[in-house]
Write a protein that binds this ligand. Structure first.
Ligand code: COA
Length: 244
């Protein structure tokens, strides 16, 4: 199994699991990611993405990439899977140990929250292989680190280490490798303590195109203002204060 799935009530941990190939993302992994997305679209839960063997993912599978044709490129095999992950209703957390290169980095860019370890090495060496980073890097990376830094990374194919990735805001925290998953779960715990619909709507508003603001927030908030969960959560707060 190239993708190991560990499902819980409020979250799923999906671990890329081809350590002998540094978790290179092949068609089987993409198929498994689509199947996982279908489950999470049906029953929204937080997703934690990780990699086995001290590596997140060393890219798309170059052995498969080499044989792909123009028609394959146009099908956006990895791009569409990563967009689907990005659009999952609940947050996606990438727990990145070691290499996250090429398609592996793009999978991490699709997440809402990224945390790493001191061994993190992230970047897009695609131009060195004669291709572009077409599975999200050219539009997601500028959103994450700004256009100037994205251009620097993508046009040089340079890899960032953990300190640089943290300084650039590409990851929000660095943790020792043996604490990485626990920290990812701690983030998922915080998310789980909040109202799931409010979390989903926050993600939707964050992803809305600029021209859609503030109409999207107003529409989502209008729905939440009349939700029983909002009334209960606010009443609970007010009553706790009254008792104190
Ligand atoms: N696609 C296919 N196979 C890959 C791969 C990839 N992206 N990355 C690593 N592998 C395979 C290697 O071919 C090797 O296979 P083998 O044992 O059958 O020869 C195995 O994984 C181990 O790789 P190796 O290079 O020996 O590991 P390492 O720990 O010395 O180096 C990396 C790790 C990540 C630095 C190195 O594997 C690498 O540069 N990978 C390619 C990165 C890349 O260009 N990614 C962008 C793709 S779009």
């Amino acid at each position: 199994m190239t993708l190991h799935i560990d499902g819980h009530d409020d979250r799923v941990v999906a671990t890329l699991n081809r350590p002998e190939k540094r978790n290179a993302i092949d068609q089987e992994t993409i198929d498994a990611l689509h199947a996982l997305c279908a489950e999470l679209e049906e029953k929204p839960r937080t997703l934690i993405l990780a990699g086995a063997g001290g590596v997140f993912a060393a890219g798309a599978d170059i052995a498969q990439l080499r044989e792909r044709t123009a028609a394959d490129a146009r099908r956006g095999i990895n791009a569409l899977a990563f967009i689907r992950i990005r659009e999952l209703p609940m947050p996606v957390i990438a727990a990145i140990d070691g290499y996250a290169l090429g398609g592996g980095a793009e999978l991490a860019y699709a997440a809402d929250i990224r945390i790493g370890t001191p061994a993190l090495r992230i970047g897009n060496p695609e131009t060195g292989l004669g291709i572009i980073a077409a599975a999200g890097a050219t539009w997601r990376l500028p959103e994450i680190v700004g256009e100037a830094r994205a251009a620097h990374l993508l046009l040089t194919g340079r890899t960032l280490d953990a300190d640089e990735a943290l300084a650039w805001g590409l990851v929000s925290a660095i943790h020792p490798a043996d604490e990485l998953l626990r920290e990812a779960h701690a983030i998922a715990d915080r998310i789980a303590a909040n109202d799931p619909l409010a979390t989903q709507y926050t993600k939707r508003a964050l992803h809305a195109p600029r021209a859609g603001h503030p109409a999207i927030e107003l529409a989502l908030q209008a729905e939440l203002f009349e939700s029983p969960a909002k009334h209960e959560r606010m009443t609970d707060f007010l009553e706790r204060r009254a008792r104190a």
